[in-house]
Design a protein around this ligand. Structure first.
Ligand code: SF4
Length: 83
């Protein structure tokens, strides 16, 4: 798997790291529509490779489905782990 930095400014996410670097081992970026329809367990480990594609028109219609509020303590629902 290619190594890459995911830059993210959402610092109340459990996976956020200093320098605005995402520390999640994998993330799922999808359309806002799908994110709103699916629950917390729908995420990169279980669904990214097989889900239907989700075209959008602008960046404002996309989001990170992996976001988890660091204050909730609910980090295991999606199967993602912090590197
Ligand atoms: S999981 Fe998503 S929202 Fe959270 S730090 Fe990574 S890119 Fe940002």
């Amino acid at each position: 798997m290619p190594q890459q930095h995911i830059h993210c400014s959402v610092n109340n996410c459990h996976y956020w790291g200093s320098g605005n670097i995402c520390q999640a081992n994998e993330i799922l970026v999808t359309s806002d529509k799908v994110a709103n329809e699916k629950g917390e367990s729908f995420d990169a480990p279980r669904n990214a490779a097989t889900m239907a594609t989700t075209p959008v028109s602008t960046c404002m219609e996309t989001c990170c489905k992996t976001f988890t509020d660091k204050n909730t303590g609910n980090y295991n629902a999606d199967g993602v782990y912090r590197r």
